[in-house]
Design a protein around this ligand. Structure first.
Ligand SMILES: Nc1ncnc2c1ncn2[C@@H]1O[C@H](COP(=O)(O)OP(=O)(O)O)[C@@H](O)[C@H]1O
Ligand SMILES: [Mg+2]
Length: 245
């Protein structure tokens, strides 16, 4: 592992929140003193040309997470000291399913549908990793909005970044390329999103490439390149969905 990869991976694994999973609610509280760490992370993300940023200011995160829960799940969430209380959705997140060998096609397709639904409304996730979809057997509900895409980016770029985030997390956690192709096939990206995905998957510059690898859990360069190539050489879907995303 390159020294810079190690640094980026270490920073990206800093636990920003303390979670309490109750039977019906989840309490998420930000650890103290993390504002400057998040600001430093954002400076790195900017340098690396990332499409997303995090929220150094506690109130900004609370407001954004509340806005997304309202928009996507039609629930008003309760702010608590240094955090939020959200309803606990039934089921398991996709990362847990993968760990148990249960990440089959249905949850992957459901995550693709969830992203499609978000993007068709002009929204995007900003941190679409496996842990941020809770699958109940039918729906994969997006959660965890402590990162956000840069507002001014075109929807196709934000959409492609969400798809890439899922694919990189899958590759980094040792899932098959087929798992990622299942997501892309189910999502049916427009040619615009496909093009943005191709650009995002092959960044130039050391920091951008380092960030890409960090998002794939520092997977070695060669298997990552192989997986991304296999993913992006997919044939065009026979009947692509025509939308802005
Ligand atoms: N609303 C929710 N319903 C069900 N499970 C949740 C919910 N929120 C969080 N979780 C569980 O807690 C885990 C961590 O929560 P998350 O909001 O993603 O925080 P983090 O910032 O630590 O990634 C998720 O991967 C999921 O398993
Ligand atoms: Mg999460």
């Amino acid at each position: 592992m390159h020294a810079l990869d190690g640094f980026v991976v270490a920073v990206s694994r800093v636990r920003v929140h303390h979670m309490e999973l109750g039977e019906t609610v989840v309490r998420k509280v930000r650890r103290r003193g993390l504002g400057p760490v998040i600001a430093l992370g954002n400076a790195y993300f900017r340098e690396a040309g990332a499409a997303f940023h995090m929220f150094p200011v506690l109130g900004d995160w609370q407001a954004w997470e509340a806005r997304m829960y309202r928009a996507l799940h039609d629930v008003d969430i309760t702010p608590i000291a240094r955090g939020l209380e959200v309803p606990r959705f039934p089921g398991d997140d996709l990362g847990s399913l993968l760990r148990r060998g249960q990440l089959l096609r249905a949850p992957l397709r459901a995550a693709a549908d969830a992203l499609r639904g978000l993007h068709d409304r002009g929204l995007s996730h900003g941190d679409a990793n496996l842990g941020n979809f809770v699958f109940d057997g039918t729906l994969a509900r997006p959660i965890d909005f402590d990162a956000r895409h840069h507002d001014e980016l075109p929807l196709a770029v934000r959409a492609a970044d969400d798809l890439l985030a899922l694919a990189l997390d899958l590759f980094g956690r040792g899932a098959s390329v087929e798992a990622a192709t299942t997501v892309i096939d189910a999502y049916r990206p427009s040619s615009e999103v496909r093009a943005a995905l191709g650009r995002a998957a092959a960044p130039s510059g050391l920091s951008a490439r380092t960030l890409l690898r960090a998002r794939a859990h520092a997977l070695a360069e060669e298997p990552l390149a192989r997986a991304l190539t296999a993913l992006l050489e997919l044939p065009e879907p026979a009947n692509p969905v025509h939308s802005t995303a």
